[in-house]
Design a protein around this ligand. Structure first.
Ligand SMILES: Nc1ncnc2c1ncn2[C@@H]1O[C@H](COP(=O)(O)OP(=O)(O)O)[C@@H](O)[C@H]1O
Ligand SMILES: [Mg+2]
Length: 221
């Protein structure tokens, strides 16, 4: 279970996240949808305990897999060594490295130094480290950025299976409506730091028009 209760964050005098509440149940993929600068990354960092809220509370039950927005690793270290190191950091069995590499689509890149990977390959190493130890919750910040169309489809399939097969609670941020519609059970729309809508994609055929209107209204106020 992932839950945000009235999360608020100010930087200087500026309130960039205001009174944000939502939850993600086991077996559910929730999209955190909003334009750049809306407050998605800030909210996620508060949920993870990486950033202290100015108000409210974030909670995640059990172990969490986190894909940061600007994921990076050590250039000189091979993919496999990095993932083994991450297992030790997380306190999970290094026996899980092969499974995570396979699922994330980097099964053949074990010996490659991180610094010699393409952008999409790096992003998939980021996904692999999030999978280590089969956490019960995932916070994925712009999970498919940098992936080519084929890899996007694969990553979406993987995200769905985390909820459907592992019964994990998955929160995935995106600024792309199509992304949210393709993989999420529910979408929390954030604009200018506030939740402006919560709905099921697909339920409303005109979600795009509604999204643009909601975002426009929030930015004007
Ligand atoms: N450490 C920080 N100091 C000051 N402002 C910040 C900081 N982190 C984020 N912000 C501001 O907070 C707002 C929300 O940023 P962010 O959460 O990264 O949005 P998103 O992930 O939705 O694109 C932006 O205006 C950003 O410039
Ligand atoms: Mg962000």
């Amino acid at each position: 279970m992932i839950s945000a209760t009235a999360l608020t964050r100010r930087f200087g005098g500026r309130e960039v996240v205001r009174d944000v509440s939502f939850s993600v149940a086991p077996g559910e993929v929730v999209g955190f949808l909003g334009p750049n600068g809306a407050g998605k990354t800030t909210t996620m960092r508060m949920l993870l305990g990486l950033l202290r809220p100015s108000g409210g509370e974030g909670r995640i039950d059990g172990r969490v897999g986190y894909l940061p927005e600007a994921f990076t690793a050590y250039d000189a270290v091979s993919v496999r060594s990095y993932l083994r190191f991450m297992c030790r950091m997380k306190g999970v069995s290094i026996g899980d490295v092969d499974r995570a590499m396979e699922l994330a689509g980097v099964g053949k890149l074990g010996r490659r130094p991180f610094g010699r990977l393409s952008k999409g390959q790096r992003q998939r190493v980021g996904l692999a480290q999030a999978l280590l130890g089969r956490p019960g919750a995932y916070v994925l910040d712009e999970a498919t950025i940098g992936l080519d169309p084929r890899q996007v489809v694969d990553a979406r399939g993987l995200i769905r299976s985390l909820a459907d097969d592992d019964r994990a609670a998955v929160l995935v941020s995106t600024h792309l409506l199509a992304e949210a519609s393709a993989v999420c059970d529910r979408v929390v729309v954030i604009a200018a730091g506030r939740v402006v809508a919560e709905e099921r994609p697909g339920a409303a055929g005109d979600l795009e028009a509604r999204f643009l209107r909601l975002v426009g209204e929030a930015e004007l106020t």
